[in-house]
Design a protein around this ligand. Structure first.
Ligand code: DGY
Length: 336
């Protein structure tokens, strides 16, 4: 008999076909999240599940899921998963690192350039038929990207992909991570480690690429924004909650920094309405990984993780290897 899996959202047909070769699928074939009670009820008789970043998995959703062995998230970020609760329940969890690095780095650059050169406001102005003719002192004087200082907070794979692109703009690249990268990796992206205070005070463009965790909640707040130069722009393609949106709105209103470009927000998709009145912020709806090829690769990788996990093979992107190891030793001990 096939094992049963829940797919929490509409995915690409190729991923569903791959899963259907191995499993009986309960498919929530809509592009909206399951409500929590529905999610918990549908997990109750499942061996595994494919989850998305909008599915909150915690002890409540797992309460009745006694057969569940694996949860495979279609995202690299996994702050939607209460990993401690999942591990306590003996369930393994996986994510989709690697396949979205270059696409997300492209998005960071699109936002950086749009913010520096005020592309979105200028487009709106042209559409509003405000343009009367070319002006030397036009309202769209922006900031140069070339030869500026790019700062990256959170220099993982995506941060390094962002940094590599800076060579084409002859930029100085600095970054902050808890630990500096190995020298060879720093050299590959021509970036230098600095402490957080130096990063904030020297950047022209600050790109945030940290994973969200309670430890870095509001790690960019009033004090950090106060260290930034008035011509600096902040770009967030990581997660809402890393930035204190209230403090950022105040900094943008008072022009303490020049601008921001945000793909993620606290409480998304409900945005603080004060954002809408600002002409120095670019707003996009969490589209960092949103190309056809990348979203397909993410879905296929999550499917592969689930197929491995439910067939006793260590999945490539394990988030809680201790649960896997514990399960393997139980299997060995119970072998005849
Ligand atoms: C991720 O994978 O964490 C992204 O935010 C999804 O686009």
């Amino acid at each position: 008999m096939k094992q049963k899996v829940l797919v929490c959202r509409s995915l690409f047909p190729a991923a569903i076909e791959r899963l259907a070769e191995y499993f009986e699928i309960d498919y929530h074939d809509r592009d909206v999240p399951l409500v929590p009670a529905d999610l918990a009820a549908r997990l109750a008789d499942k061996d595994g599940a494919i989850t998305l970043l909008s599915d909150r998995i915690d002890s409540q959703s797992l309460a009745g899921a006694t057969k569940l062995k694996a949860l495979c998230n279609v995202a690299v970020g996994y702050n939607n998963l209460d990993l401690a609760a999942i591990s306590r329940a003996g369930v393994i969890a996986t994510n989709t690192p690697g396949v979205l690095d270059e696409t997300t780095a492209d998005t960071a650059w699109a936002l950086l350039l749009a913010s520096a050169r005020r592309i979105v406001s200028a487009d709106k102005w042209v559409r509003a038929r405000q343009w009367q003719g070319w002006q030397f002192h036009d309202p769209w004087l922006g900031n140069d990207v070339h030869h500026a200082t790019l700062g990256i907070l959170g220099m993982g794979r995506i941060g390094q992909a962002v940094a590599r692109r800076a060579a084409g703009f002859s930029m100085r690249v600095i970054y902050h991570n808890r630990n500096p990268l190995p020298v060879a990796d720093e050299q590959a992206c021509n970036a230098a480690w600095v402490d957080k205070k130096t990063l904030l005070s020297e950047v022209d463009f600050l790109v945030l690429l940290l994973p969200y965790s309670p430890d870095n909640h509001h790690c960019i707040g009033r004090d950090e924004l106060a260290l930034m130069k008035p011509q600096a722009c902040l770009i967030n393609v990581a997660r809402g909650g890393i930035v204190d949106d209230d403090a950022l709105i105040e900094a943008l209103q008072k022009r303490k920094i020049a601008g921001a470009a945000l793909d993620v927000f606290e409480n998304e998709p409900v945005l603080d309405p004060r954002f809408f009145a600002l002409d120095n912020v670019v707003l996009t709806p969490h589209i960092g990984s949103s190309t056809r090829a990348t979203r397909l690769a993410m879905a296929m990788l999550a499917a592969d993780n689930l197929i491995d996990a439910l067939h006793g093979r260590r999945p490539p992107n394990l988030l809680n290897p201790e649960v896997w190891d514990a399960r393997q030793s139980i299997t060995k001990e119970s072998a005849p």
